[in-house]
Design a protein around this ligand. Structure first.
Ligand code: ME8
Length: 511
């Protein structure tokens, strides 16, 4: 069985997660579900990146220990993933004992083989903020966070020799044109960061405590990005007694990340792996951001709501469908409750919900719910059946290219075609004429087959609804194409998505 290892970034539990974190996680979940449905042995990992100055500061402000602080956020995050039907196989926490031990061994190994060395860090330091800055990061020569004076400091620190691996990295990127996607981000990495020359990276800190101690020099803690990036292998048992999962799943097939952290994943991470003599992940995809009125939704801007509020009002699958369908993957996209309502109404309530409701109601009304194929075909049937039969292959191409929005659109094209098919075959007219009874049953049979196949194909994106549709049409056939000899005994239709009155909703809710 082929394996498929897919990861999300491990998010900072510095505050509760927002719809931006949900975005990456839902996309990863959809791909993981899709691959599982195609028979892959999938390992889908998410988690939290729990060390660093920011979390130490947040915990201090809250009057609790850093561990207590992150424990609470992590619990909240796991609850959110449950509410969003996220089917992760493993949740890694960087405060976990196995991870901490493995990071210490990695640091020591890199030091012993000369890829990490001790040097002097020269930089600009803001004392109250305990933060280092480069000249270009300063605002009017002052700390960009608090606006106070910064001072030049020198302190001893450990460095990772990025420069040593520069040529190997360039060669690798040349030989693996699909490693970084989308294409535009690859060019940005090569031209703006790699070609001008890589500087060695400072990988330890002495200015705060909340991190993994450098094992042979415990004044220092390991830089949070070195700690974080290695999560993708420590979770599989790298540097532990049992590395069977590493053997099975590494290299990762896809690291899904937001565009702002693609640099770490396509420069620092590959170099760490080269230094450890491990194969590189097959692909790093840097997607765009969800924005609100042009600004990135972010923890530091605080411009967001708890995603559970959207789930509560619109349902988990409306939220999942919206983020998967609305934004072409790779680009930025606007998130708004208005757009969420429009999408839910147009696609889920009108197109999908209506089709299921109308078809099941007619099956009940004209045939007491029992429908078989009477094979009284007419020309109009052929194009619908062809569309149903092409779906599997077309979607598979889209998903392999991470064009999830396109894949969903193709399913909805079949659903729209099915609604049109009802309007064109006019079952209510056929029902008036006893001699058209077999034709009427064939029409309803075709519709039920279309609904069944679409529901199967939708299961990666909106698993709850997909299951609910299959329950309502009461059919367990898994074949992902039109069957000639299926048999239906449908249940009672239940509204899948309530149409939302947008104006009224917005007036009544402060969302
Ligand atoms: O960067 N739109 O954690 P983080 C889309 N711990 N995606 C968004 C988003 C938005 N508005 N906001 C956040 C970190 N994301 C590190 C990662 S990995 C080894 C370490 C998503 O909590 C997106 O995937 O800041 C982004 O890359 C990630 O959350 C950043 O999460």
């Amino acid at each position: 069985m082929d394996k498929y290892y897919i990861t999300t970034p491990i998010y900072y539990p510095s505050a509760n997660f927002h719809i931006g974190h949900c975005y990456t996680t839902i996309v990863a979940d959809a791909i993981a579900r899709y691959k599982r449905s195609k028979g892959y042995d999938v390992y889908f990992q998410t988690g939290t990146d729990e060390h660093g100055l920011k979390i130490e500061t947040k915990a201090k402000e809250a009057g609790v220990s850093p561990k207590e602080y992150v424990d609470e956020v992590v619990e909240n995050a796991k609850d959110l993933w449950k509410a969003l039907d996220i089917s992760y196989d493993y949740f890694i926490r960087t405060t976990g004992e196995n991870h901490v031990k493995a990071v210490q061994k990695i640091f020591t190994k890199l030091y012993e083989q000369g890829d990490i060395y001790k040097g002097t860090y020269k930089g600009l330091y803001c004392v109250p903020c305990e933060s280092f800055w480069t000249k270009t990061q300063l605002v009017d020569g002052k700390c960009p966070d608090c606006g106070r004076e910064v001072k030049e400091v020198e302190e001893e620190a450990y460095f990772l020799k990025l420069s040593k691996y520069q040529d190997r990295l360039v060669k690798y990127l040349d030989e693996h044109p699909d490693f970084i996607e989308p294409e535009s981000r690859k060019n940005e990495m090569i031209n703006n960061f790699i070609k001008p020359g890589l500087e060695d990276l400072c990988v330890s800190r002495t200015s705060f405590k909340w991190g993994i101690p450098v094992p042979f020099d415990d004044k220092h803690v390991v830089y949070v990005w070195l700690d974080a990036l290695t999560n993708y292998i420590t979770s599989l048992g790298y540097m532990s007694d049992d590395d069977s999962k590493l053997k099975k799943y590494w290299p990762a097939d896809l690291h899904l990340v937001g565009k702002e952290i693609i640099r770490f994943h396509t420069i620092v991470w590959p170099i760490i792996l080269m230094a450890l003599d491990l194969p590189l992940p097959k692909k790093v995809y840097g997607h765009g951001w969800l924005v609100i009125n042009g600004s990135k939704i972010s923890k530091s801007l605080g411009n967001y709501r708890d995603p559970r509020e959207y789930i509560e009002y619109f349902g988990v699958d409306a939220v999942r469908y919206f983020v998967l369908r609305e934004v072409p993957f790779g680009s930025d996209g606007n998130f708004s409750v208005e757009a969420l309502i429009d999408r839910t109404n147009a696609d889920l309530a009108n197109t999908l919900g209506n089709l299921v409701q109308r078809t099941i109601s007619m099956a009940n009304k004209y045939f007491d719910g029992v429908v078989t194929n009477k094979e009284v075909y007419e020309d109009i049937d052929a194009s619908l059946i062809e569309k149903i039969n092409n779906l599997d292959e077309e979607i598979s191409k889209d998903i392999d290219g991470l064009e999830i929005s396109n894949a969903l659109n193709k399913i909805f094209e079949v659903l729209r075609a099915s609604n049109k098919y009802i309007d064109e075959t006019t079952p209510w007219v056929l029902a008036k004429d006893e001699s058209s009874k077999d034709r009427l049953e064939t029409v309803l049979y075709n519709l039920l087959e279309s609904i069944r196949v679409c529901a199967i194909n939708l299961s990666f994106a909106i698993p709850f609804t997909s299951k609910e549709i299959l329950r309502q049409i009461n059919n367990e056939k898994q074949e992902n194409h039109y069957l000639k000899d299926n048999k239906y005994e449908v249940g009672i239709p239940k509204v899948l998505f309530q149409r939302i009155d947008k104006e009224k909703f917005l007036k009544e809710h402060d969302l």
